[in-house]
Design a protein around this ligand. Structure first.
Ligand code: DHE
Length: 499
């Protein structure tokens, strides 16, 4: 034991003294966000130290560089990068204890505004953790409400388009009433969560969690926690849930698992299908027939954590995140029926479909390749790989527009947006509306006549384009706008949008 070891800052004690009041002694979050590797994501080392030292603008996070030395700040930053010693529990009771229904919420009998309720469009502004509620005709901002910290994935609308549910990476699920322009309440469904899915009947919301390794089912009515399902492989290996998807015609949620080569299906309908495939060793029957959310588990050849479904939810297209290949799983028989040539980490969650040459194609960008793959959904062959100016993240189209829009999210051309002709499969125009800035994610208005594009920067904007002439109509200033979500396109399962 030398003096140097003795002199090293005690990061844990420093955390307790300076950080635990807001972020909790457990590091699982309190008034401030969770500070664990699962949440901090790619924010390592110097970036973390900068936030601790200088604070975070527009949040409660103060600067500590006057209080702590550089060594102490570095020690806290590396403590935050340490995984938790044990996986925390988060039971139905734990989650229920966090449920917070707004005492001031008074549901309106009719919308308190005169806009077209089906053309309301939400913009998630990640710069200061708000959602803007836009009139999709005038683009007036009807309301702007605060969300939990770090919203991820698409908010999910109730089937009638009145309510919307928003999820944060820390597992908070918030319910908002669009008619009344009021927050209804929130509940912490998990400790580190991926996304949410709405049941076809609008009664249930499923929350995919990394921490702990569970699926949480909430009642959409009052955000009460109905069930927490432990997700484990056949040998008991816990598995993170990469994502949960709705499959309304099947009255089920479908789960992508990160750590086990299985696809899980959770049924919520009154009459779950008779899963009479006992002869098939790869399937297990529902856990309990009296279970209101019976489970089906389908073993697959490889771990798949990103999915896309055809429009009638008979086929699931899955990609492994190692970026090697994709498979087509027939959900009815629970068998893989084709394998897909999909190198370069396709982002299937952003895939879209459209009619082409007498068949239906799906198109997906790749997170690690300058290409968009276009796949025939009957033959499951790749009909074209469209070269792009860099890897993209999101694609969008609409039945009423001849074009599909695809961003170039990564690399030096992140300011570009490709517009692709859906019939020739050629890029017909590349927009460059904010040179040097990230330009990404598109949403259409209800009738497909306008396309909304984010300038994904802190002093960013949503640009409204005429979707036919590709001319800019207006810019709405926004704080790091990410996804945009049109009520009609979402609740009608418009084929040009992700669900
Ligand atoms: Fe996402 C949707 C997974 C990183 C912004 N993202 C989704 C969905 C999945 C997913 C499975 C579909 C869920 C849904 O909408 O219900 N995202 C992942 C990852 O695995 C990945 C690559 C790594 C991770 O950090 O989790 C990832 N995603 C990001 C980002 O870094 C983005 C750009 C910024 C952010 O918000 O963290 C980002 N993801 C989004 C957005 C959507 C999304 C805006 C919804 C798109 C939509 O149009 O529906």
């Amino acid at each position: 034991m030398g003096g140097a070891a003795w002199a090293e800052p005690d990061a844990r004690a420093l955390f307790s003294e300076h950080c635990a009041e807001c972020h909790a002694e457990s590091r699982l979050g309190g008034t401030g966000p969770a500070l664990i590797p699962e949440t901090l994501g790619r924010m390592y080392g110097p970036a973390l130290q900068a936030v601790i030292g200088q604070g975070r603008a527009a949040t409660q996070m103060p600067a500590f560089d006057e209080v702590l030395s550089a060594d102490e700040i570095a020690a806290i930053a590396s403590y935050l990068e340490e995984p938790l010693a044990e996986t925390p529990r988060w039971s139905v009771e734990d989650a229920m204890a966090t449920r917070d229904l707004s005492p001031d919420y008074t549901p309106a009998e009719a919308p308190v505004w005169s806009s077209d309720p089906m053309n309301i469009t939400l913009v998630v502004e990640t710069g200061d953790h708000h959602v803007s509620v836009l009139d999709g005709d005038t683009f007036d901002v009807l309301d702007r409400f605060a969300t939990p910290f770090a919203v991820h994935g698409g908010p999910k609308f109730s089937p009638d388009g009145r309510y919307v549910f928003v999820m944060s990476r820390d597992g908070w699920v918030q319910k908002y009433d669009i008619w009344s322009l009021q927050v209804v309440g929130q509940v912490r469904a998990g400790l580190n969560s991926r996304n949410i899915a709405m049941s076809g009947d609008g009664k249930w919301l499923a929350v995919a969690n990394y921490l702990p390794q569970t699926l949480t089912i909430l009642s959409t009515e009052d955000l009460s926690v109905q069930k927490v399902i432990d997700v484990k492989g056949p040998d008991g290996t816990p598995s993170r849930v990469s994502a949960v998807y709705q499959a309304p015609p099947r009255e089920s949620f479908v789960l992508a698992l990160k750590d086990v080569p299985q696809v899980w299906e959770v049924f919520y309908g009154a009459n779950p299908p008779q899963m009479g495939f006992a002869h098939d060793y790869r399937m297990e029957p529902p856990v309990k027939s009296a279970d209101p959310f019976p489970l089906r588990k389908i073993t697959v050849s490889d771990i798949m954590d990103d999915f896309f479904f055809d429009l009638d939810y008979e086929h699931l297209i899955g990609a492994s995140r190692d970026g090697a290949h994709g498979v087509v799983l027939d959900m009815v028989i629970g068998q893989e029926i084709a394998s897909l040539d999909l190198p370069g980490m396709p982002h299937l969650g952003s895939g879209i479909t459209w009619p082409w040459n007498g068949t239906t194609v799906m198109a997906t960008p790749h997170l690690k390749g300058n290409v968009i793959s276009v796949i025939d959904m009957e033959s499951w062959k790749t009909v074209k790989q469209i070269g792009t100016e860099g890897p993209g993240f999101f694609m969008r189209s609409h039945a009423n527009t001849p074009y599909a829009w695809a961003d170039v999210f990564f690399g030096p051309n992140k300011d570009k947006m490709h517009v692709i002709d859906k019939q020739s499969l050629e890029i017909v125009k590349t927009l460059d509306p904010a040179p040097g800035k990230t330009v990404a994610h598109v949403e259409f208005t209800k009738d497909g006549s306008k396309a909304l594009v984010s300038i994904w920067e802190d002093d960013g904007a949503v640009i409204v384009y005429d979707a036919a002439t590709l001319e800019e109509i207006k810019r709405l200033p926004m704080r790091k706008p990410s996804g945009k979500y049109n009520v009609w396109n979402k609740i009608t399962f418009e084929s040009g949008t992700s669900h």
